[in-house]
Design a protein around this ligand. Sequence first.
Ligand code: SF4
Ligand code: SF4
Length: 363
Amino acid sequence: MTDHRRLEQATSTCSYCPKACRFSCPVSEATQNESLSAWGKMSAAHHVVAEKKPIDVEVSAAVHACTGCGRCTSFCKHENDVGPTLFAARGEAVKAGLQPRGAASTLATFHQAQNPFGRELGSLVASWRAQRPVRYPLFPGCSTLVKRPGLLEQTIAVSDAFGAPMGVAKSASKCCGYPLYAAGSFDAFAAHAKSVAEAFVETPEVAVLDAGCAFTFRKLYPEFGVRLPTRIRTVIEVLHENLPHAPERKPLPQRVGYHDACHLGRGLGLYDEPRALLARAVITIVEAPSVRREGGCAGGGGLLPRTMVETSVEMARRQALEISDDANVTMVTGCPTSTRMFERAGRRAMDLISVLEQWVTQP
Ligand code: SF4
Ligand code: SF4
């Protein structure tokens, strides 16, 4: 089936559906707007994809109102791939010059600097390159490199304590390209993925810190015909494998709330590993009523924090409330983007790695 036929079929399936997943979309819930349900957005995309009507500002806004979290797909009898279909429809908005401002500026920055931050990443990576032999080359992701160097430091400390030393890989100066994919700029994403594959030629294995980057390498690249010459694992998988070598420490006397980040959970199927790590590090873990495949979304994907700023923060606020309405409960996630979203929503939040670092370094 051609890509276009597949898109047509996906939007048709939704537009003829009696909105069976209407309760599932966290964007629709956060905005209280049924036209932003999976059904509403796919029906809007159907006009452009199947009926070949020119895209307009309204349809562009609708197809951009999605984080690609995949929650609707978990509740869909057809397992319809709503997120990727809406991202593909964004390509029409790119062609027509009708992207929301935040998406257009992200794309422009990416084209200029090859990453969404407009930074030169080579020198940042050089300042972190390991001065010693390490077991696992580490790919932190540009968001951590630019915004959270402390998390990078903690990852290295935890990996040492687990007997699985990591050091930043030279190839870490490349962005995975997810923002191009999320902006619907699929040709540019495929070309970028090829350039990443070339940069990874001398990297047989990496531990990837950001779940979004790991998802992009493992799931999206093959869909675009790009195979990396590199074994891709998340830092969480590597630490879980090395958990038997972790130091004997008492769990921290903390009550935390665990959130299944979308790319880590629904994206990569990693539900048990982060929970096993967290269960060693803290005394009490609370969770939302809906977890794992049906878990909520913290609003960080699909460029939503740049296109619908308030909605993305509201999504994080609602997801934190689902987990616990006690403001003293710290949200813990296995994805730096989700951690940041909870912080923006005014909740205490920590990356799983930061909790592990506190655990292994306690006196
Ligand atoms: S995702 Fe599935 S359940 Fe939801 S509207 Fe589309 S076809 Fe229906
Ligand atoms: S992928 Fe997530 S944000 Fe997008 S329509 Fe489905 S539930 Fe909503």
